[in-house]
Design a protein around this ligand. Structure first.
Ligand SMILES: *Cc1c(COP(=O)(O)O)cnc(C)c1O
Length: 484
């Protein structure tokens, strides 16, 4: 057939729709009609040649293709994945995984009316933050606390409240960028304050801050250098000294802790990460930190500190725009309650369980994974267990890596083409029903097993793995030519 007779052979949308009852039953008439029009437009433009046989337009093939499209369209966009990257708090993979008590609290809050902003005794309007404020003050020793959408919002509203149209002094060594979208200088500008940079990239002294204080100064600020470390000839000013200087000049001292923590991680043999309590004890007037980093809770921005300052923040009209919803408040309350019993935190909080997972337990998972993985990639890749290092992620402790065990896939022999194989294998693992995400390292595809709690989540999927080999893979070439 030539092109024109192809096009003439295509039935009308109405005719195709009248025989599409099964699809309409599953997806609804509007979606089916829309997707049909898109498919037919593509076909008229020369795509989908496989829809035609010598007898003309094959309706059964058309409905099969339509079903595939609609199924993909309606599948959940946000899906479960296996995070075997070795980064426990992976921002692109959703950061902290909530404990089940928090998930239950969220379910309750989302399927029922709640006393979110309602005083049950009095029968009148209440404050939504009161569900978590008591826990936050108890756990940090702060006078008062408030919560907003995330830590970026916490910094924004704190600066906007305390320092609009005035100056905030920050060390040049602390002008951080977190993942591109959050930069301290940009947030300052949006909060309406003027950033006054002091010191140099590697060294800032107390005198630098003192010299910069003037009539327009509104606050001194310290920012945790979350995702980088400056090493060598360096100097920073201790929080106690900065707090003392700020208070001598009747200024507030703000600390953005970034990840922040409520208990000392050294208790579990992990590297020290500053806690909100110790930062307040050093004299900070306001401390901001994230809910879904080391804290292991939902996305949230926590602000703790001086009662008068927290009250001013709560009166800022931005608070309404940045407030937390009832679901995350319920989850945060449940997670904070777990911190009341730090002895059991390792069992109750997934983030901490993974960060402190014993090496021999990870080794056990590796032993379970190895035979199935070797069988699945036999003849295509060499598989071995390797020592590797996990990261906490989300800007915590960038230089401290946690010893872990991974499985590594390595090309059988090095050739000119084999260098790109690990990337292509990574694609194949991401196409599994529960996509498996690893990392490329030293010419290998590595799956860090720290966060794999059950080896079967990986091994049971392996029969579906379609691993491309070095050189042309006949099956791959065939399926590519059909798709195009
Ligand atoms: C992560 C981080 C932020 C942003 O926190 P979000 O909760 O992601 O909004 C701000 N400041 C520092 C220092 C951080 O590490």
């Amino acid at each position: 057939m030539n092109r024109d007779s192809f096009v003439r052979a295509i039935p009308s949308v109405d005719k195709l729709l009248s025989a599409a009852a099964p699809a309409i039953g599953r997806y609804g008439r509007d979606l089916v009609a829309d997707e049909m029009r898109v498919l037919l437009d593509e076909t008229r433009a020369g795509a989908h040649l496989a829809l035609f046989s010598d007898d003309g337009f094959e309706q059964s093939r058309f409905y099969a293709l339509l079903e595939t499209r609609l199924h993909a369209l309606c599948a959940p966009s946000q899906r479960c994945v296996l995070n075997l990257t070795g980064t426990v708090l992976h921002t692109n993979l959703g950061r902290a995984i909530l404990p089940s008590v928090a998930a239950q609290a969220m379910t309750t809050a989302m399927t029922s009316a709640t006393n979110l902003e309602y005083e049950l005794e009095r029968g009148g309007r209440g404050e939504r933050d009161r569900h978590v404020e008591g826990w936050l003050t108890r756990l940090t020793g702060a006078e008062a606390a408030t919560v907003v959408n995330n830590n970026a919002a916490a910094v924004l509203i704190a600066l906007s409240t305390l320092a609009a149209r005035r100056e905030v002094i920050v060390s040049r060594g602390e002008l951080v960028e977190i993942g591109g979208a959050f930069r301290i200088p940009d947030i300052m500008a949006r909060a309406g304050c003027r950033l006054v940079e002091v010191g140099t990239t590697n060294r800032t002294h107390l005198g630098d801050y003192a010299d910069a204080i003037g009539a327009r100064t509104a606050a001194l600020m310290k920012v945790h250098t979350s995702n980088y470390a400056i090493q060598g000839f360096t100097a920073t000013v201790a929080e106690e000294k900065l707090a003392q200087l700020a208070h001598e000049r009747a200024l507030p001292f703000i600390v953005d802790l970034g990840s922040g923590m409520l208990v000392d991680l050294e208790r579990w043999g992990l590297p020290h990460e500053p806690t909100a309590r110790e930062t307040l004890a050093h004299g900070a007037d306001l401390v901001t930190f994230s809910g879904d980093k080391l804290l292991g809770g939902p996305q949230a921005g926590l602000i703790v500190g001086n009662r008068a300052l927290i009250t001013r923040i709560n009166r800022n009209p931005l608070k309404r725009a940045l407030r937390m919803d009832k679901l995350r408040l319920a989850a945060l309350e449940a997670v904070l309650k777990l911190y009341a019993d730090p002895d059991r935190l390792r069992q109750s909080l997934p983030t901490l369980r993974w960060l402190t997972r014993p090496r021999d337990e990870i080794a056990r998972v590796a032993n379970e994974v190895l035979p199935a993985l070797s069988a699945a990639v036999a003849g295509r890749a060499q598989v071995e267990a390797i020592d590797c290092r996990s990261q906490i992620g989300s800007g915590s402790l960038p230089v401290d890596l946690l010893p872990s065990i991974g499985v590594a896939l390595r090309p059988m022999a090095s050739s000119r083409r084999s260098g790109r194989l690990p990337e292509r294998w990574a694609v194949a693992f991401r196409r599994l029903p529960v996509p498996v995400i690893g990392r490329i390292q030293d010419g290998m595809l590595v799956f860090d097993l720290r966060m794999l709690d059950d080896a079967r989540k990986l091994t049971e999927q392996l029969p579906l793995l379609e691993l491309p080999a070095d050189g042309a893979n006949p099956r791959q070439v065939a399926s590519e030519s059909i798709a195009s």
